[in-house]
Design a protein around this ligand. Structure first.
Ligand SMILES: Cc1cc2nc3c(=O)[nH]c(=O)nc-3n(C[C@H](O)[C@H](O)[C@H](O)COP(=O)(O)OP(=O)(O)OC[C@H]3O[C@@H](n4cnc5c(N)ncnc54)[C@H](O)[C@@H]3O)c2cc1C
Length: 578
């Protein structure tokens, strides 16, 4: 079946919905999503969304921009960061007008809390900048944006799994999707396509990400010749629930929570004397692993180690009013009452700093000279603008999706004024058909779950918080072997409708190819910066590495890595001390 729309947006998280709201109703726009819109990962965001409103104390967008640049270890593009931090204030007020139920100050203003790496006066002391709705900020944001889409009569194709982009002669012409309910293939012919497909956390064994975070958008772009930027930068959030990886928001530390080692010591005082537990995530994750490595972790009954997140001094009222969700998770999944005991935590794979390169208007960039591809846009976690550089600050992603989702929607609207439907090739669905045929015809001797487990273990083991060349090379070798094995993976369930076995195999293909780009770029970058920490190159090296990496390569070929300069404006790179 062939559909024609002026614009197709893939993804119904914050970025996709915010973009859809901007497309005027006279244009035909549809949103495709593999999960029901309000189940997108944005809905799980807990802690907050940043904007220098200054409602609780003095703040300014320049301080916010400085913190974002420094937090990202000077790899972020400062033009994009300025754009985001300036626009944050408008974005929050707009959400408030849409009806988002923020927590309030006693005078009725939007309340704000502290978060990691957000400071006053260029690093002097922590500042209250995160706007929040208890610890369900993403949930209410997604519901609010979805309501606006309903109001604007946006067309949704829910539970459509996008399989391939149609790119010919450097022009994006639409995409191919499977309708999950029927198993039918649909071709969507479009003047403009926007990817807002979220992250890839499921590449790793321990992650805070939803099951759907399988990197499909990154992989589809890459498979069709679009480079990926800064893929080596993977954020590990310091406080995942021990062994499970379920997130315990930084808001817990924003409200005064303290990390403790087995001696009860507040160890962050040694690593970041000025902002302690509110240091950026990369630093806190490394500190936790260092404590464990040096014998100060807390030993669990199974012989593994964690550290404690101490909220016991906050009092029941704060916990119930501001942190109900995460303390509920601790109770439900680990049987821990946060009022009485420390929550056992360990770092968990959380966020993709890298992704599909874009301009500040979400236009996809295809080379190191910033050439854009007509008709293709990307925003949100799958995109790399780059505002987060080498390490994202908490609360800056919910902001990123609002600001760049909206800018993308506006840019597409401009593009549509003169755009025509590009020609649709006859072989548009060939790759999709062949892939489905292969998976269906394989005998099921190689199991999806075995390949996926091995990949997730390998990535966790060789390419997580601390990295070293030799082990990463072994990891890459293993990923390549798994890519070969993957071609033999089959399924028992041969039915057409709701064949989740088949789609999980498709997702595994995305995960494996995304894993390859991450580890290849991590081997290539011979310095330590932000979340990319090389034990064999333990220093940041601005002389050789103050640049973005772009990995090119269609699957099967040896990837080519090229570079793009970092845009520096008012903040010259300095040593990163907190
Ligand atoms: C537990 C958790 C807590 C977080 N808390 C915060 C926070 O407090 N503050 C903050 O700033 N950030 C937070 N983040 C990060 C932030 O929530 C995400 O980065 C952001 O919401 C991503 O939004 P998105 O719109 O890019 O994608 P998502 O919300 O991830 O949505 C992706 C969409 O793409 C669709 N999709 C993907 N692949 C396909 C395909 N093949 N076919 C069809 N559809 C597809 C999915 O169905 C989905 O609709 C948190 C993240 C997690 C995991």
């Amino acid at each position: 079946m062939i559909h024609q729309y002026d614009v197709i947006i893939v993804g119904a998280g914050g970025a996709g919905l915010q973009a859809a709201i901007e497309i005027p109703t006279e244009s035909r726009c549809a949103v495709l999503t593999k999960v029901f819109p309000t189940r997108s990962h944005t809905g799980t965001a807990q802690g907050g969304v940043s904007a220098a409103l200054g409602n609780e104390e003095e703040d300014s967008w320049e301080w916010h921009a400085f913190d974002t640049v420094k937090g990202g270890d000077y790899l972020g593009d400062q033009d994009a960061i300025e754009t985001m931090c300036k626009d944050a204030i408008r974005a929050i007020i707009e959400l408030e007008h849409m009806g988002m139920p923020f927590n309030r100050t006693p005078e009725g203003k939007i309340a704000q809390r502290m978060f990691g790496g957000h400071t006053a006066n260029f690093g002097e002391k922590p500042v209250r900048r995160a706007c929040y709705s208890a610890d369900r900020t993403g949930h209410v944001m997604l519901q609010t944006l979805y309501e606006q889409c309903m109001k604007n009569d946006v067309t949704f194709f829910n539970e459509y799994h996008v399989m391939d982009l149609i790119i010919r002669e450097g022009v994006c012409r639409g995409l191919v999707a499977i309708e999950i309910k029927t198993g039918e293939i649909h071709i969507f012919h479009a003047k403009a396509v926007m990817f807002a497909t979220g992250g890839y956390g499921r590449v790793f064994q321990i992650t805070s990400n939803a099951m759907a975070g399988t990197g499909d958008g990154f992989e589809m772009a890459y498979r069709n010749g679009v480079p990926l930027e800064d893929m080596e930068f993977v954020q590990f959030h310091p406080t995942g629930l021990w062994k499970l990886g379920i997130l315990v928001s930084e808001a817990a530390r924003g409200e005064g929570g303290i990390l403790r080692n087995k001696d009860g010591e507040r160890f962050m005082e040694r690593y970041a004397p000025s902002i302690k537990d509110l240091a950026p995530r990369d630093m806190v994750s490394r500190a936790i692993y260092t404590e464990i490595k040096e014998g100060r972790g807390i030993e669990a009954s199974d012989g593994s180690f964690y550290v404690g997140l101490d909220l016991t001094h906050l009092g029941k009222e704060i916990i119930e009013e501001k942190l109900p969700e995460i303390t509920g998770f601790a109770k439900t999944y680990l049987g821990v009452d946060a009022n009485e005991e420390w929550i056992p935590v360990q770092p968990t794979t959380h966020y993709a700093m890298g992704g599909i390169p874009t301009t500040i208007d979400a236009e996809v960039i295809v080379d190191e000279n910033n050439t854009t591809m007509p008709g293709f846009y990307a925003a949100g976690e799958c995109a790399c603008v780059s505002v987060h550089g080498a390490n994202r600050l908490g609360t800056n992603s919910l902001l990123d999706i609002l600001v760049f989702g909206r800018r993308g929607g506006k840019k597409i609207t401009e593009f549509l004024v003169n755009a025509e439907f590009p020609e649709l090739p006859d072989d548009a669905s060939e790759w999709t058909q062949n892939t489905i045929k292969r998976i269906r015809n394989n005998d099921n001797s190689v199991k999806m779950i075995d390949v996926r487990n091995e990949m997730q273990f390998t990535m966790m083991d060789t390419c997580s918080v601390f990295r070293v060349e030799e082990s990463m090379k072994e990891g890459l070798q293993k990923i390549k072997e798994l890519q070969e094995k993957y071609l033999l993976v089959g399924i028992d369930d041969k039915s057409k409708g709701f064949n989740t076995d088949l789609l999980e195999v498709v997702e595994l293909g995305s995960l494996l190819n995304t894993a390859e780009t991450i580890i290849t770029c991590a081997i290539n970058r011979k310095e330590s910066r932000g979340a990319h920490w090389r034990e064999d190159y333990a220093k940041r090296d601005d002389t050789n590495w103050l640049k973005h990496s772009l990995i090119f390569g269609t699957t099967g070929s040896t990837p080519d890595i090229r570079y793009k300069p970092v845009i520096i404006k008012q903040f010259e790179p300095k040593e990163r001390v907190y």
